[in-house]
Design a protein around this ligand. Structure first.
Ligand code: NAD
Length: 256
């Protein structure tokens, strides 16, 4: 129960990784504030989480007033924020740059970059005053490598790594730690969408190809990502900040 009575705020909480993170922190005794765009999905997700204290908040992370509001509501309910899992993200539509639309590019930037920035902006105000807190930003192996057809997503996740480093430096004097996770493919709805996007009705073939590109020959489970998030938020990671962690079955070791 290393997070007993600690307040953990998670965005994208109705998605595969968000739910796994919520369950992992709940198991450690945390009080939860769960944010998602999808009201129905977040309500359903909460039913599967074994925690006495859950605050459900519907918000679009790309809209400043909605971010300000989810942070304000969490603070009103619990009085503090100990851990922030800045996780909401979208994959956008696959297209090479020459075919990509400005609208699709902008949408991915709005959610994945502006959303992460706004979350940091408002949550770090709270943590700075507390002089304590831990943030985990969900980047991706796409924050470290290129991927054809995914320039928008890759650019957005590289930006998350940049935000992560700068926020960590700004917050170090206040005892607030900021780190990121960089998963390869994780077995969630996002990969189902990417498989369909890549190969349409041959999605199962796409899945086999994606999995084969990982030395361990499989996707990560959402629970494996959640375990890393819990570790980075814990006292055991007390001297880790500004770092980003590959969690990719060895995929990153195949490049420099
Ligand atoms: P998911 O699609 O299962 O969940 C994403 C959740 O974010 C959904 O519940 C969705 O409603 C929510 N969301 C989307 N746009 C939002 C917005 N504007 N405001 C608030 N909520 C919004 O995906 P996931 O696999 O759980 O992904 C979570 C994070 O992990 C994302 O940032 C993603 O880029 C990252 N990631 C995923 C993978 C993967 O293979 N699944 C790999 C690397 C990184």
């Amino acid at each position: 129960m290393q997070f007993k009575d600690k307040v953990v705020l998670i965005t994208g909480a109705a998605g595969g990784i968000g739910i796994a993170a919520a369950k992992a922190f709940a198991k450690e005794g945390a009080k939860l504030a769960l944010v998602d765009l999808n009201n129905e999905a977040i309500t359903k997700a909460a039913e599967s989480i074994n925690s006495k204290e859950i605050l459900l908040l519907t918000a679009n992370v790309a809209k400043e007033e909605e971010v300000e509001n989810y942070v304000k509501k969490t603070k009103e309910q619990y009085g503090r924020i100990d851990v922030f899992i800045n996780n909401a993200g979208i994959n956008g539509e696959f297209k090479n740059i020459t075919e990509q639309t400005v609208e699709n590019f902008q949408h991915v930037m709005d959610v994945n970059v502006k959303g992460v920035f706004l979350g940091l902006k408002y949550v770090l105000q709270v943590m700075q005053k507390q002089t304590s807190g831990a943030v985990v930003n969900t980047a991706s192996n796409g924050g470290l490598l290129g991927a054809p057809g995914m320039s928008h997503y890759v650019a957005s996740k590289h930006a998350v790594i940049g935000l992560n480093k700068s926020a960590a430096l700004e917050m170090a004097p206040y005892g607030v730690r900021v780190n990121a996770v960089c998963p390869s493919g994780v077995n969630t709805e996002m990969m189902r969408r990417i498989e369909r996007n890549a190969m349409g009705d041959q999605a199962e073939v796409a899945r086999k190809q994606f999995e084969a590109s990982v030395p361990m020959n499989r996707y990560a489970t959402a629970e494996e990502i959640a375990d890393l998030m819990v570790f980075l938020s814990s006292e055991q990671a007390s001297f880790i900040s500004g770092s980003y962690y590959r969690i990719d079955g060895g995929q990153g070791a195949t490049s420099v």
